[in-house]
Design a protein around this ligand. Sequence first.
Ligand SMILES: [Zn+2]
Length: 69
Amino acid sequence: MARRPTGAYGLTMAGTFVTVVCPDCENEQVVFEKAATAVACEVCGHTLATPTGGKATIESDVVETVEAR
Ligand SMILES: [Zn+2]
C-alpha cells in the first residue's frame, strides 16, 4: 500500500479514502474524501470530516491516502 504525504490528496479525481487520526482520542479511521454527511469519530464522536458539497473538509490529521481501485 503506497503512502503519500498529506499534501498529495486532492490531486486524484474520485473515490479517494483517507485514513485520519482523531485529535481527541487518536483513533485511526478511514473516511471517504467526498463524504456527503459529516463523519464522526467512532470512539469519541469528534467530527472528523464535514461535507461541503464536493470534497469533504477533513477536520483531523490525514495519515494516509488510500486510492480507489
Ligand atoms: Zn476520537
